[in-house]
Design a binder for this molecule. Sequence first.
Ligand SMILES: CC(C)(COP(=O)(O)OP(=O)(O)OC[C@H]1O[C@@H](n2cnc3c(N)ncnc32)[C@H](O)[C@@H]1OP(=O)(O)O)[C@@H](O)C(=O)NCCC(=O)NCCS
Length: 204
Amino acid sequence: MNHCGTHAIETDRLLLRPLTVDDAQTMFENWAGDEDVTRFLRWDAHRNWTVTYEYLYHLEQDYQNPRCYEWGIVQKSTGILMGSIGIQPSPPDPEWATIGYTDKEFWSVGYVLGAKWWNQGYATEALRAVCEYWFDNTGSELLVAYHHCENAASGRVLSKVGFILDHAAIIARYDGTPVDCDGYFLDRMDFLRPRGVRAIYEDE
Ligand SMILES: CC(C)(COP(=O)(O)OP(=O)(O)OC[C@H]1O[C@@H](n2cnc3c(N)ncnc32)[C@H](O)[C@@H]1OP(=O)(O)O)[C@@H](O)C(=O)NCCC(=O)NCCS
């Protein structure tokens, strides 16, 4: 894999860009401090914006590493920072070893938006863009993803982008608590050639 780190990406409605410490207050207010937003995530809501600041301070250092992929999701029409999306090494999951990919490493994508911006297609738009960035720039064959098994909205986002539900998995939160999740994968070829298009070729 050729790692390339976090560079800005633009879509119709979104700018995906690296986060900075200057985003601390907005990130805290718009999503990181909201327990309703973080209840299905691997981390707890931040108690105050200094926790967010500290996270962003370390993230700014991490951006020097080409293996760091973390974008803020900005609504272009307003300039508002609504959430974030990132790709990280997958949590340990022996099931991936059985699916026969040559990638030595499995990387998983995760995303979060403030509740005000839910159900307007933003997560789907951001995820599509980040998957395209991943496959175009890293040469990776695969991306994986998990969601809490009760988090149907996240499953819907993954399905819309072409991720395939593969298996039930127990994934640890960052504090070590195990959580029942659903594990998905997206094959590079399925992403580049959506199934509807491929079906037409196969029928000919
Ligand atoms: C999950 C999340 C990112 C989705 O973001 P979003 O911008 O609302 O997603 P989209 O609008 O692109 O798509 C949401 C889809 O889920 C559907 N949906 C929403 N709530 C749902 C529910 N309770 N059950 C089933 N489907 C649901 C929507 O109808 C939509 O599908 P549609 O386009 O077919 O109508 C957002 O809810 C969020 O940030 N949640 C908190 C953090 C989180 O859970 N992150 C994911 C961790 S795995």
